[in-house]
Design a protein around this ligand. Structure first.
Ligand SMILES: [Zn+2]
Length: 400
């Protein structure tokens, strides 16, 4: 016989109770583990998180199922003494939330069996949503939404939920959704005309209390389909969040919420087209810029430090420059806190650009390399950029 009588087994809506302290053990952390002769607190288990609340006003931060030893109430602060009588109070908002998620899971799991013969393998209540892992091979949107629709119809039919305590022999005769791992008497949860399954959790009185179920996302995981869903107040919280996001996006397009996806898709297309046009214009501009730079050089070496040019833009200019015979381009840019370099030469010009690049990058505390006619690199010592480029130019013209 277990030490703690579990009041939540017979009434999931009971939140205030009186009990006697059977054991009180102080833990090293300064917290106390309290065992009561009876409790309405649900301990962590079956995918459902623990209840929280108070014992004589002291905070119960967690409850742990210690099997035959009973339920451990982890109390923070002043704890009641052994043999004293305490008044317990379970946090109702949290309990109600768990009732909605947990009962919602029974309904959604049965809906997936009824429609697709897809049993649920595991269940978790997480911080903001819940997960079930289901043997469902084809999680298409229509498939998931059909299950959601059936589940919500069962909720809105406000069916009665009852608890049945049966012997294993009686259970063997019943069409249970899943087998129980427990031995001895079984606690079954029956949703009128819809679902019958062994479970030790806390459930709604009627399906209507679940409010509604919405599926947020799904993915294939380890041969199963992982479905993320929300029920009850979480579904409303999720709706508010998603509506806010959608409205904020719509406001950026100065349109209504439901027209935003079409406008966003249009903008993405337009953006791609603009990028194509900019690339073409950059090419033209690089040609013009190269001509201007070449007009000012006498020895065929163009050495320049720019501000805020990315590697792609430097490369375009380098290619435009070396299309003129006998040209060497030593280009650099201060791009925020990074120094970028591109060295290139025409086929008929002298010098090993790759070797020069490695040398320059070593001075700039960076890395680079490439081919003898084209190399790129970069470094962190932006303040050294001008000086480094001068050194490389001297080296090159000295060698020529
Ligand atoms: Zn349950």
């Amino acid at each position: 016989m277990a030490i703690t009588e579990r009041l939540y087994y017979s009434d999931s809506h009971l939140i205030e109770f009186e009990a006697r302290v059977v054991d009180a053990t102080e833990r090293v952390s300064g917290w106390t583990a309290i065992v009561l002769d009876r409790t309405a607190f649900y301990p962590t288990g079956g995918g459902q998180p623990s209840d929280t609340g108070t014992l004589n006003g002291s905070r119960v931060v967690e409850c742990i199922d210690d099997g035959d030893k009973g339920v451990l109430h982890v109390v923070q602060g002043a704890a009641p003494r052994r043999d004293s009588v305490v008044r317990g109070r379970v946090d109702w908002a949290r309990r109600m939330d768990h009732i909605q998620q947990h009962t919602g899971q029974h309904i959604l799991s049965q809906a997936l069996i009824t429609l697709f013969n897809a049993p649920t393998r595991s269940f978790r209540v997480m911080e903001a949503s819940c997960e079930i892992d289901v043997e469902l091979d084809n999680p298409a949107s229509e498939v998931i939404e059909r299950a959601v629709e059936l589940a919500n119809n069962v909720i809105w039919e406000d069916r009665e939920i009852t608890i049945l305590n049966v012997t294993p022999d009686q259970a063997a005769e019943l069409p249970l959704r899943k087998e129980s791992a427990r031995e001895g008497e079984l606690r079954l949860i029956e949703i009128e005309g819809f679902d019958l399954t062994p479970c030790g959790g806390t459930h709604a009185y009627r399906t209507g209390e679940v409010g509604m179920i919405a599926v947020r996302s799904w993915e294939r995981a380890k041969g199963l389909t992982r479905i993320e869903f929300v029920a009850g107040t979480r579904a409303l919280a999720d709706y508010r969040k998603v509506n806010k996001t959608a409205r904020e996006i719509a406001a950026m397009f100065s349109t209504g919420r439901d027209d935003a996806p079409q406008l966003a898709a249009h903008m993405v297309e337009e953006n791609k087209e603009l990028h194509r046009r900019i690339r073409a214009l950059e090419e033209d501009a690089a040609g013009v810029e190269a001509e201007r730079l070449l007009a000012t050089t006498r020895d065929g070496v163009v050495s320049r430090v720019f501000d805020g040019r990315d590697a792609e833009s430097l490369k375009k200019l380098a290619y435009a420059l070396i299309s003129a015979p006998g040209t060497i381009a030593l280009l650099a840019s201060r791009d925020k806190d990074t120094a970028r370099l591109v060295f290139a030469r025409s086929a008929d010009a002298p010098g090993d650009m790759s070797a020069l690049m490695r040398e320059a990058c070593a001075t700039l505390d960076g890395r680079g390399g490439g081919r003898p006619d084209m190399a790129q690199g970069g470094g962190k010592r932006v303040e050294q950029l001008e000086e480094t480029l001068c050194l490389i130019e001297e080296k090159l013209t000295g060698a020529v």
